[in-house]
Design a protein around this ligand. Sequence first.
Ligand code: ADP
Ligand code: MG
Length: 238
Amino acid sequence: MGALDLRGVAKSFGKTPVIKGVDLSVADGEFVVFVGPSGCGKSTLLRMIAGLEDVTTGTVFLDGQDVTNLAPAKRGIAMVFQTYALYPHLTVRDNMGLALKQAGVSRAEIARDVGRASAMLALDPYLDRRPVELSGGQRQRVAIGRAIVRTPRLFLFDEPLSNLDAALRVATRIEIARLHRELGATMIYVTHDQVEAMTLADRIVVLRAGEVEQVGRPMDLYNDPANTFVAGFIGSPR
Ligand code: ADP
Ligand code: MG
């Protein structure tokens, strides 16, 4: 089994099926990008992997372990959202260290881990600031920094760059690609953006109305989309 395995994972809200039986294996260290139209279930699928949403039927495995009913905090997953969800009253340092503090990690260890993460993201000059004193791009770097502090086994990103302007989107995208290389971490990344998908992904998963439409390497999907729907998202213009 891989770092993550989904077996027949499905989700209904009331009687409405939203995810209709997804099977997917993600290898250790792989960067997988989910694309698909608004409302197709990308966030719901990520939230089920994180444990923030119950699975209606099916099984979620992490490193071969069934975690379907495991609490989110015990999964070793970090999630970065579109909105940064930083605590406004805490400094950057304390935002980044909060989860460790809550887990009872010693102050010395927190300082070391926050220092390592802030160095990786060039956040050292901002450690004593509060979120309101940062730009949008800096806030999102803090949110990413908070995610890497705990060296999770799996990173989930839900459209993390869509609130940033174009130049910052590119810079932060490059940063995420570098983190992936340096940490050797497994990452799952949701985006609307074709360029993000093409440049970041080892494999792209195209979702449509709660189902996997096609999975493949970026250039394979680009050159050989299964249908016009896939072509509309990542296919070559023709
Ligand atoms: P995406 O992230 O691809 O835009 P979502 O996963 O947010 O899609 O939503 C998939 C579908 O599930 C949408 O139709 C959405 O309205 C519905 N949905 C999401 N969350 C809930 C909820 N808590 N209750 C009811 N319906 C929901
Ligand atoms: Mg979404």
